[in-house]
Design a protein around this ligand. Structure first.
Ligand code: NDP
Ligand SMILES: CC(C)CCC[C@@H](C)[C@H]1CC=C2C3=C(CC[C@@]21C)[C@@]1(C)CC[C@H](O)C[C@@H]1CC3
Length: 635
């Protein structure tokens, strides 16, 4: 076990009677790098770093020392027209080229929070600006074997670099505010990013704004609000998800898989267990693990973690699927009967479930030895069942082997294509065909394209919610190893014994739908990924952005200016194209479509909450500008 892993005890508390300020209390918090105080609400206290987490009125969360907080009494409110924002004052007191030690968050707070100054401090403010004492965030550099260099920067050096990065943009915004004080609420930048001038070259030189955000949250071990129905919900999902897979698998086996035959008859218990099926699953996972560790392909950097470090991932997914395809073709050539997958579907699913369950237990136990900053904020509730379900540790790794990334991208995803292929063979066998039906070919090709595209663009997965925010626990282990391979294959499974002939016009229309969906999905995901990786990319300079308090910007034109989740829209159109070839006789092949609508609407809501927390008013501005979530003018 790596040295950095240590007992994961909660080092923070929400109610500490001995603390000067309590959770929920409204106090005055000094704005980093200045003598200005703003009204803040105390969210918690971190025992380890001895910092209070506070939230400003604009939603910006920072961590402050006790001496940077004061009680509200003794402060005098200044009217907005008279008080100068920290930004304005700064632009007068400093030359643009001079290094500022101010946080970029200040911009947002300056426009949103009611500026209230401490009288004594006010008179000394110009001189005291030089004496920066407020700690934005504690840095907790940790090293990983793959990433030793990432945390070598000195804390102050990091701060200077990052703040320089945003300085020019802030200057630009500040000028606007001086000119249009009445627009104070809506201060965001709708300039073309090309016009950023120096800001852009600065951005290219310095570290990513994401790193600043990551560092800001470095010491935070606060859990975010519970999701999925909270603690009770976790019990429910633990039982419901496996039961649902069982239901689908049993249901699809019936001649008439309609709701009229609900519930499907339950086979005797011994039917579920097959040691051979389990060993095939284990072999498949080991084979994929071997391909994953093969030193072929790029080592890609993930997004900065709360500790500031960036993990490296072997993104050789495309290589893995090509080698797997060759291996499968060779096996078929030498007489391996892949229709075994069709006839032992239930047993294979049971075997995968057992593996995902054992893996989840291992992950939870393993996470107990992780350092606090390695835990997922969303899976750190303190409730064993909830954290087990949601995922306690963000990026569990055994040496360089990233368990979450591997499970999400390899055995289940490539297994999905293998199962689909087996279903095509089973259809030919069962229906006495020389070739798979048109519907089966479409379903196979469409889903293969989806998986191959995901593996080809594997690096883009590193900026998705699962990789950045979700811990690795039962939900994802089960999702990756059971849910994806054994429920996403429902259409192909269904077609084996339920032929659904397609006319040429219908086939053409479905292909067009799939291609349109794919285009939207790929373009929007690539746009966001490229922007997050390099906001100064000249190829993206035509895009408009909203700067946020974290230093990161939000795209507000291009795909992300059309709806808030254009990638979900593309994905949903593709899902529709996967179900249509199966016709309308039964609900079962439409299961994926229905499930996917629920999943993506829920993901969108989760993301909204998370982004609102991260970006505060800037997110509200984004939502006002881009009004629809997934479908333009509808939702
Ligand atoms: N087939 C399947 O089962 C599933 C497929 N998917 C697909 O996977 C892909 C990834 O989805 P998912 O991880 O849910 O979400 P996204 O890839 O959409 O990631 C959401 C994140 O993007 C960033 N973001 C949001 N708005 C903007 C903006 N305007 N400008 C810049 N960045 C923005 C935010 O992160 P930050 O600001 O922190 O960078 C936000 O948290 C999607 O295409 C989805 O359809 C997803 C789930 C299941
Ligand atoms: C069991 C739960 C109810 C839900 C589990 C959800 C998981 C199955 C999905 C969460 C996000 C996923 C993504 C993909 C597969 C499904 C899961 C793991 C992709 C890898 C599929 C291919 C795309 O190109 C990218 C997707 C990213 C998110």
């Amino acid at each position: 076990m790596s040295q950095k892993r240590r007992a994961g005890t909660y080092l923070w508390t929400v109610m500490m009677p001995s603390l000067k300020y309590q959770k929920g209390e409204t106090v005055m918090g000094r704005w980093p790098g200045s003598s200005l105080y703003y009204e803040v609400k105390v969210l918690g206290f971190d025992l380890k770093s001895q910092l209070y987490t506070v939230i400003y009125k604009d939603g910006t969360e920072l961590e402050l020392r006790e001496q940077d907080l004061k009680s509200t009494s003794g402060f005098q409110a200044r009217s907005r027209s008279r008080s100068r924002s920290p930004g304005r004052r700064r632009s007068r007191s400093r030359s643009p080229g001079r290094t500022t030690r101010r946080s970029s968050s200040r911009t947002a707070a300056a426009v949103a929070a009611a500026a209230i100054t401490d009288n004594a401090a006010s008179s000394r403010r110009e001189t005291r600006l030089r004496d920066v004492e407020v700690t934005l965030s504690p840095l907790q550099p940790t090293k990983t074997p793959e990433n030793n260099g990432n945390n070598r920067h000195e804390k102050n050096e990091d701060k200077l670099k990052v703040e320089n990065n945003t300085a020019n943009k802030i200057n630009e915004s500040e000028k606007k505010v001086e000119a249009e004080p009445e627009k104070i609420q809506g201060r965001y930048n709708l300039r073309r990013r090309k016009d950023d001038g120096d800001a852009k070259s600065d951005e290219a030189k310095v570290e990513h704004p994401e790193e600043k955000e990551a560092k800001k949250a470095a010491g935070a071990t606060f859990a975010t609000p519970l999701d999925f129905g909270g603690k009770i919900g976790a019990y429910f999902w633990l039982l419901f998800l496996p039961a649902w897979v069982l239901f689908l698998v049993l249901h699809v086996n019936q001649e008439d898989p309609s709701l009229a035959t609900f519930p499907p008859p339950l086979p005797p218990l011994d039917v579920f267990w097959d040691a051979q099926a389990l060993s095939f699953i284990i072999l498949w996972i080991l084979f994929q693990a071997l391909l994953y560790v093969t030193p072929v392909g790029k080592l890609s950097e993930g997004m900065p973690l709360r500790s500031g470090e960036r993990l490296k991932y072997r993104t050789n997914g495309f290589f893995a699927i090509v080698v797997s395809a060759v291996a499968v073709a060779a096996a078929v050539h030498y007489g391996v009967d892949l229709t075994y997958i069709y006839s032992h579907f239930l047993q294979l699913a049971t075997g995968s479930f057992l593996i995902s369950f054992v893996l989840s237990i291992f992950l939870y136990v393993y996470s107990r030895y992780a350092a606090p900053e390695q835990l997922a904020l969303g899976g750190n509730s303190g409730n064993v069942v909830y954290d087990f379900f949601k995922g306690h540790e963000l990026n569990p790794r055994i040496k360089n082997f990233d368990l979450k990334f591997f499970c999400e991208m390899r055995p289940g995803l490539i297994g999905w294509c293998l199962i689909n292929f087996a279903m095509a063979l089973a259809e030919m066998k069962k229906q006495g065909l020389d070739a798979p039906s048109n519907s089966m070919i479409l379903v196979n090709l469409f889903q293969l394209l989806y998986v191959v595209d995901g593996l080809w663009n594997e690096e883009a997965i590193l900026t998705t919610m699962d990789l950045m925010h979700d811990g690795f626990g039962f939900m994802l282990a089960f999702g990756d190893l059971v849910w994806v391979p054994f429920t996403y294959t429902m259409q192909a499974y269904y077609l084996v014994s339920h032929p659904s002939p397609l006319s040429v016009p219908a086939l053409t229309a479905i292909v067009i739908l799939k291609l349109v969906g794919f285009y939207i999905f790929r373009k929007s995901n690539s746009e966001k990924n490229a922007f997050r990786r390099n906001p100064s990319d000249p190829k993206l300079s035509y895009l408009k952005t909203i700067p946020t308090a974290t230093g990161k910007s939000l795209l507000v034109s291009g795909w992300w200016g059309m709806v808030r989740h254009p990638n979900y829209l593309g994905d949903l159109l593709m899902a529709l194209a996967w179900s249509l070839p199966c016709g309308f006789s039964h609900l079962l092949p439409w299961y994926y479509m229905i499930y996917f609508i629920i999943l993506l609407v829920h993901r969108d809501s989760r993301d909204m909450v998370e982004c609102r927390r991260k970006y505060g008013l800037a997110w509200d501005e984004y939502c006002r500008t881009v009004r629809y979530r997934i479908i333009p003018h509808v939702y």
